[in-house]
Design a protein around this ligand. Structure first.
Ligand code: NAD
Ligand code: IPM
Ligand code: MN
Length: 345
């Protein structure tokens, strides 16, 4: 029986994770779950955002489902205090999850829920491939009374392995996004991406786009993109921007993958949404779609993954709209709507 670790975390995390569990129970009743604390909840209970016990449980699992961490209760600028986000970063590093896949595919039913015009976003189908365990997120940090630094560093090997993920995922084109006109790490990035392309994937189109231009093109002509390959921080920022093509950050799932055979971590792109936590109004679809990615990438259950995605599409086609999409459906009503469509298929 496959074992899944669930990490509800903070804010709306427990609300949306419970929704995803109801969907998983319907399509994959044989899964075995253990739940652990992470983020602020873990700081409150154990004084640290990620315990060894939680990390070990994740390592031993077949997949990890995480909702979100963080919130004003634990916000601090004191470098010596624990932060919820350390839990998430510790999991990514500890599980070796270097490849973060963030698919962006607006559904026709939601074309008018996006602040972008329908004719701009129609037929967009792109994938952000974000490097997840390197770059400025994980370099040395220093702080004195008057200065602070964050080191941004990338090795050839780190760029090679994420580039391969992007080229393999591409149908036609990889857009490598960097800041090679300024940053040394980006110049290394560009060299390595081009070498991997020439040696291993010459049939895929490759283009380089500077990150500022990419941010603009993403809302001006999102249909142009197939796979966007980029480093850790650029990928973080561009994926929140890309979320609005789908109508809401509450729609975007993600898969974080490491070495072949190791457990992946599946989580929505959004955070703990402290402004709406506890109200039962969070959009659970990004979390539910992340559970679909767990079924597909983590457990090799393509049929069930596709069934969940179709049920989400059908529910939206049927008019389901949570508050973030301009409607009034609650988390529970949204979950019921997806369940109802699952039962029909
Ligand atoms: P956020 O994504 O939590 O919220 C941004 C805005 O989007 C808010 O208005 C929120 O209400 C809305 N929103 C987000 N998810 C939604 C959903 N499912 N349904 C409806 N509306 C939704 O980003 P933030 O406010 O910048 O961050 C809040 C906390 O979350 C911070 O502590 C941050 O570090 C953390 N965070 C965690 C993760 C994660 O755990 N993966 C990701 C991003 C941010
Ligand atoms: C994300 C989040 C995280 C990140 C934070 C919470 C550390 O914003 O998963 O996109 O920056 O990677
Ligand atoms: Mn982010």
């Amino acid at each position: 029986m496959p074992t899944i670790v669930t990490l509800p975390g903070d804010g709306i995390g427990p609300e949306v994770l419970a929704a995803a569990r109801r969907i998983l129970d319907a399509v994959a009743p044989d899964l075995d779950y253990t739940e652990h604390l992470v983020g602020g909840a873990s700081i409150d209970a154990h004084g640290t955002a990620l315990t060894d016990e939680t990390l070990d449980a994740c390592r031993a699992a077949d997949g990890v489902l995480l909702a979100a961490v963080g919130g004003p209760k634990w916000d601090t600028t004191d470098p010596d205090k624990p932060r919820p986000e350390q839990g998430l970063l510790g999991l990514r590093k500890g599980l070796g999850l270097f490849a973060n896949l963030r698919p962006v595919r607006p559904l026709p039913a939601l074309y008018d829920a996006s602040p972008l015009r329908r004719e701009i976003i129609e037929n967009t189908d792109l994938l952000v491939v974000r490097e997840l365990t390197g770059g400025i997120y994980f370099g040395e940090k220093t702080r004195t009374a008057t200065t602070a630094t964050d080191l941004c560093s990338y090795s050839v090997e780190e760029v090679e392995r994420i580039a391969r993920v992007a080229f393999r995922a591409a149908r036609s084109r990889v857009t490598s996004v960097d800041k090679a006109n300024v940053l040394e790490t980006s110049r290394l990035w560009r060299e390595v991406v081009h070498r991997v392309h020439g040696e291993e994937f010459p049939n895929v189109l490759l283009e380089d786009v500077l990150v500022d231009n990419a941010a603009m093109q993403l809302v001006a002509a999102p249909r142009h993109f197939d796979v966007i390959l980029t480093e850790n921080m650029f990928g973080d920022i561009l994926s929140d921007e890309a979320a609005m093509i789908t109508g809401s950050i509450g729609m975007l799932p993600s898969a974080s993958l490491g070495a072949e055979g190791d457990p992946g971590l599946f989580e929505p792109v959004h955070g703990s949404a402290p402004d709406i936590a506890g109200q039962g109004v969070a959009n659970p679809l990004a979390m539910i779609l992340s559970a679909a990615l767990l079924l597909r990438h983590g457990l090799g259950r393509e049929k069930e993954a596709a069934a969940v995605e179709s049920a989400v599409d059908a529910a939206l086609d049927g008019g389901l709209r949570t508050r973030d999409l301009g409607g009034e459906a609650t988390t529970d009503e949204a979950t019921q709507a997806v369940l109802a469509h699952l039962e029909r298929t």
